[in-house]
Design a protein. Structure first.
Length: 273
């Protein structure tokens, strides 16, 4: 195994056993992520993106294949890995700050050792002054920003993000994209980011992995040759559109191919927006 890579996914397959029979979700998907990379994983709904991230957390093991994080085979959940999901999943009976402390409490860490770091993070996501608010008193975007702080509180090296801004309105989503790039630049995390929004993937990532429709396997990899930091207005530029269009064409081609072969099992075509 190559030490340059902090995430190595080597031909992972996942077959769920459900009451309605086996569901072949992932098929020999492979990926390599270098330290400090921002990788996006895109593909039609149901192609196995969430399955891949769950597999990497160690919570839902793959059926076959291997995955390594920081050189170690994925087994039980690791503290070097932070996870951010589509829903902020804040506990309603805890205040914002109590929610942020929650994983530290679970890990039996002394919260005081982290308070300064957390204060800085809260400031960087512009939540200062809201520490004592309950989730119901916060907007969706604020809750998601709190979940980012919670994931970063114990300083994981790697962030796995599963459509983290999917439930937010378009404006807030753009703001969150800008925020996550700021955090990435400042903290130098390695990020694997799942989304079905191709524009978001191209804006954020330096590499985009495209998955085929279910069972998700490697379709294509795009290295995104756009300047960093992303200049203002880059999403309106021709080059940006061309990359987005090429990725969309790839996905449409994969769907058409499966349909022609009578293998297509997903209703996800329309979600490629
Ligand atoms: N626990 C489970 N039991 C049975 N089948 C499952 C389970 N979890 C997921 N699946 C199936 O596995 C396939 C992949 O699901 P997954 O959630 O990984 O897709 P996804 O790419 O994240 O989709 P989306 O873009 O809609 O979030 C789907 O067909 C789904 O129905
Ligand atoms: Mg998903």
């Amino acid at each position: 195994m190559n030490d340059d890579y902090v995430i190595v996914v080597d031909k992972v397959t996942k077959v769920y056993q459900s009451e309605r029979g086996p569901v072949h979700a992932l098929d020999r998907f492979s990926m390599k992520v270098k330290e400090g990379d921002f990788v996006a994983i895109v593909g039609p709904s149901g192609c196995g993106k969430t399955t891949l991230l769950w597999g990497l957390t160690g919570l839902h093991p793959f059926t076959s294949g291997k995955a390594y994080i920081l050189g170690e085979e994925v087994g039980k959940p690791k503290r070097e890995v932070g996870i951010i999901f589509q829903q902020a999943n804040l506990l309603p009976w805890r205040t914002l700050i109590q929610n942020i402390y929650f994983p530290l409490e679970i890990m039996k860490e002394n919260v005081d050792n982290y308070s300064e770091r957390i204060e800085d993070l809260i400031e960087s996501v512009e939540l200062t002054g809201f520490e004592e608010h309950y989730p119901r008193e916060l907007s969706g975007g604020m809750q998601q920003r709190a979940s980012i702080v919670r994931a970063l509180s114990y300083d994981p090296k790697i962030l796995l993000m599963d459509e983290p801004f999917g439930a937010l309105d378009a404006y807030t989503r753009d703001e969150m994209d800008t925020l996550i790039l700021k955090i990435w630049k400042k903290t130098k995390k390695t990020i694997a980011f799942v989304t079905h929004r191709i524009e978001e993937a191209v804006y954020l990532a330096n590499r985009v992995y495209v998955m085929t429709p279910r069972p998700g396997t490697n379709s294509a990899v795009f290295d995104i040759d756009l300047p960093r930091p992303r200049p203002e207005g880059i999403t309106m530029e021709r080059k940006f559109f061309e990359i987005v269009a090429e990725i969309k064409r790839t996905i449409v081609r994969d769907v058409e191919k499966q349909k022609k072969e009578g293998k297509y099992q997903s209703q996800a075509y329309s979600t490629i927006t």
